[in-house]
Design a protein around this ligand. Structure first.
Ligand code: XMP
Length: 541
């Protein structure tokens, strides 16, 4: 069962915890993140989790998320009605308000027009949930159904012109609900409402932070591993690096980090990874020089999917070969550590969609082991969101260039070279890409200085060079050239699910272009990709 797969954070003694019951919300993860932003630990569980299972997790409060279904649909997600009898504070948003209403004897009906987007609520009764927020305020609505009659004992606390029950509560029983979404930024006082609930209604302490978690995570890894041996596939990306740093602190030499160098990494990257994990941490580090094997396997291959398959399969071949090698000394490797993070777990199917439980599929990090090879998995980050993983990395002493590394695809530069991969093309791409990164790192740093935010409105989220399989005519130093163009790709995004092309200042683009043409032999033209995702994708292959 997916949720039981998690590391043992819930055993954290007196740690206060809020359970978010997920009804298939677009914003389910966001609720848990907002709660954590307020320094209270929060976890997501499926909406139909039985009340005794919820109690076993020892929550201090429950939040019911929104969801796309209608409460009266045949397959509408339901909730165990006993959760309202546990004596715990409960807060419901949108579908969460409606399910609270119908479960406790109220009525939900269709509104004529529905309400989508900004809406103005006015307060009609005093409410702890709305404390320190204006009587009239803008909130974010997204609904067609709405509560038509509140359950006995409840009062309406705010309304909009269309929706009479914009929020309701039964303060004696600590039950609160809103039709709108306090968790989205467009609800201006949403954070205030959430803190009113957590600290005012529930009396929780804002004590969840990364710094005081590390000792506990280290203890968890030690307890779990005992005297056994652990292997970690280190890519140099944030997640696996943080697992490496954490395991290094917990179990030192019982950990072997395996870094498979396929020769498709960006300029200077292999050296940077090796430097950090050999100098800064006291672990065994194996640098597998697989560059030539990959070059042979990829020779003449131009189909993107075939490239991906070859690279992925060979990665595990290399990795398992090291694992088997290590076991030759009579101390077999019992555990495989992985950088699985919380969204991997949630997105792998734990959520409900359209009122139906979607099939749970194995998340992307799980791969079949070859015959004769088996490991138990250690996934110490499977409770954490990306920004929390970064904070952990910093607290564990990882350098900024690893902690703030932009996403990089496993198949590396091979999927940024259109057509077959050759040493000549790789050399051109590495050099051009290094220039794009230098210039846009500097551009992002300037924005960070101005705004204090790493991912501010105009900062680039991911940026790189792509080498297409064509040539064009140019003129350099009075001579005709017939050389390669380089494509610059830079996107703004928060999660890569959607992305927009970055509206870079012309002088930044100009500098990138002139530097690439001047400094990278074999390139005579630079073009900029101004395609959002969709319809494009971030990568070209
Ligand atoms: P696309 O191209 O699908 O990329 O818009 C979305 C995000 O995923 C990254 N990406 C990958 N990451 N293995 C990975 O670990 C892969 O095979 C892979 N392909 C794409 C991409 O860089 C972007 O951030």
């Amino acid at each position: 069962m997916l949720y039981a797969n998690m590391f043992n954070l819930h055993k954290a003694g007196s740690m206060q915890k809020v359970i978010v019951l997920d009804f298939g919300a677009q914003y389910g993860q966001l609720i848990a993140r907002r709660v954590r932003d307020l320094h209270v630990y929060s976890e997501i569980m499926p909406c139909d989790t039985p009340a005794d299972e919820i109690m076993a997790a020892e929550p201090s409060a429950i939040i019911l998320s929104g969801g796309p279904a209608s409460v009266y649909a045949d397959d509408a997600p339901t909730v165990d009605a006993r959760i309202f009898e546990l004596g715990l504070p409960v807060l419901g948003f949108c579908y969460g308000q409606q399910i609270m209403a119908v479960t406790l004897g109220g009525v939900v009906g269709h509104t004529e027009a529905g309400e989508y987007g900004p809406a103005s609520i006015h307060r009609v009764a005093s409410s702890r949930l709305l404390d320190a927020t204006p009587d009239e305020q803008m909130v974010w609505m997204s609904h067609r159904d709405a509560v038509a009659k509140v359950p006995d004992g409840f009062v309406i606390t705010s309304s909009t012109e269309i929706c009479p029950v914009a929020s309701m509560e039964c303060a004696e029983r600590n039950l609160y609900a809103t039709q709108f979404h306090p968790e989205v930024r467009h609800t201006k006082y949403g954070t205030q409402m959430l803190s009113n609930f957590l600290f005012g209604v529930c009396g929780l302490e804002p004590s969840w932070s990364m710094d005081n978690l590390i000792d506990q995570l280290v203890d968890d890894v030690r307890d779990r591993v005992g005297g056994d041996r652990v292997i970690l596939g280190l890519s140099g990306g944030v997640d696996s690096s943080v697992v490496g740093a954490l395991c290094a602190r917990a179990i030192g030499k019982q950990l072997t980090c395996v870094f498979v160098n396929h020769g498709l990494l960006r300029k200077d990257e292999p050296e940077e990874v090796e430097e950090v994990f050999t100098r800064q941490f006291d672990v065994d580090f194996v640098h597998v020089h697989a560059e030539e094997r990959y070059a042979r396997l990829l020779a003449g291959v131009s189909d993107p999917e075939q490239k991906r398959r070859i690279i992925g399969t060979q990665f595990w071949e290399e990795f398992f070969a090291v694992a088997q090698d290590l076991a030759q000394d009579g101390r077999p490797v019992k555990y495989l550590a992985q950088g699985t993070i919380y969204p991997d777990i949630i997105e792998s199917g734990a959520r409900k969609t359209g009122g139906k439980a979607s099939t749970i599929k194995s998340h992307h990090n799980l791969i079949p082991f070859p015959d004769g090879v088996s490991f138990d998995l250690i996934e110490p980050l499977d409770h954490f969101f990306k920004d929390e993983v970064r904070a952990l990395g910093t607290a564990l002493g990882l350098p900024d260039h690893i902690v703030w590394r932009q996403p990089f695809p496993g198949p590396g530069l091979a999927i940024r070279i259109i057509g077959d991969v050759t040493p000549e093309k790789l050399e051109i791409l590495k050099n051009a890409d290094a220039i794009v990164r230098q210039e846009l790192d500097a551009y992002n740093a300037r924005l960070y200085e101005q705004t204090g935010e790493r991912n501010s409105e105009h900062s680039c989220w991911q940026y790189f060079a792509v080498l297409p399989d064509i040539r064009s005519v140019g003129v350099m130093g009075d001579e005709r050239t017939y050389q390669r163009p380089v494509i610059v790709r830079a996107v703004e995004s928060t999660d890569a699910m959607t992305a927009d092309w970055a509206k870079l200042p012309y002088e930044v683009l100009g500098k990138i272009s002139s530097r690439i043409v001047a400094e990278v032999p074999g390139v005579n033209r630079v073009v900029y990709d101004c395609t959002p995702k969709p319809p494009g994708t971030v990568e070209w292959e």
